[in-house]
Design a protein around this ligand. Structure first.
Ligand SMILES: CC(C)(COP(=O)(O)OP(=O)(O)OC[C@H]1O[C@@H](n2cnc3c(N)ncnc32)[C@H](O)[C@@H]1OP(=O)(O)O)[C@@H](O)C(=O)NCCC(=O)NCCS
Length: 192
């Protein structure tokens, strides 16, 4: 496997056309796509998913990485940074774990930390933002644990399952990430 970033329990690797079947299944899963963008409220054909995957593989303006569970070696989703601005040194984090059996095992938190580290350390970003549906408790918690802070509330910004809900704007700045890293390093040094 062509590993791009390695964590304790997940590996991040480039996406491949061989991943198509996994995406076809996930994009047809209403529960998995519930808090994703409105385009997933429309059915996705295999053809459309194939075209989307081709575009995604060739898009050098977005960081897109497949998330592989180390234990079983299977692809469980994808994540990355979109809308990268070289002028503002900013980007928008996203994650989608389509394999529901992978939820609640800490992968979302670990992937978020890995990609945030990469965004600041290697892409030299200054700010990484995201938006998340307020009822998506696991998402909000994973992002908070990885250092994102809430900046605002987009009231009733999303309509799902017969009701509107708020979307939260969250972001992490480089200075916060650096301070977290410094305090982790000093904690580790004291423990030794
Ligand atoms: C949202 C998502 C990224 C979260 O990743 P995950 O691997 O399931 O979450 P984690 O296991 O890292 O859990 C993060 C925290 O949320 C908590 N959590 C997990 N599932 C939860 C649930 N259903 N309800 C409440 N809290 C939950 C965990 O306990 C953990 O908190 P803790 O460490 O304090 O115990 C993932 O489930 C996902 O991709 N879902 C589908 C697509 C999606 O919603 N993407 C995000 C759009 S913004």
């Amino acid at each position: 496997m062509n590993v791009f970033l390695a964590g304790e329990r997940v590996l991040l690797r480039p996406l491949e056309m061989d991943d198509l079947e996994a995406f076809v299944g996930w994009f047809a899963d209403r529960e998995a796509t519930r808090y994703s963008m409105g385009v997933w409220l429309f059915p996705w054909s295999r053809y459309e998913t194939e075209q989307w995957l081709k575009r995604t593989l060739l898009d050098k303006e977005t960081l897109s990485l497949g998330v592989v569970e180390k234990e079983r070696g299977s692809l469980v989703g994808y994540a990355g940074i979109a809308s990268i601005s070289l002028m503002n040194r900013s980007g928008e984090y996203y994650i989608f774990l389509g394999a529901k059996e992978s939820w609640g095992r800490g992968y979302g938190t670990e992937v978020t930390r890995l990609i945030v580290d990469y965004g600041f350390a290697s892409l030299n970003l200054h700010r990484i933002m995201l938006t998340v549906s307020e009822p998506n408790t696991a998402g909000v918690r994973a992002y908070t644990k990885a250092g994102f802070q809430q900046e605002g509330i987009l009231r009733d910004a999303c309509y799902r399952d017969g009701a509107y809900h708020n979307k939260l704007v969250m972001a992490i700045l480089r200075s916060v990430w650096e301070a977290d890293r410094a305090s982790q390093a000093s904690g580790e040094a004291k423990a030794q």
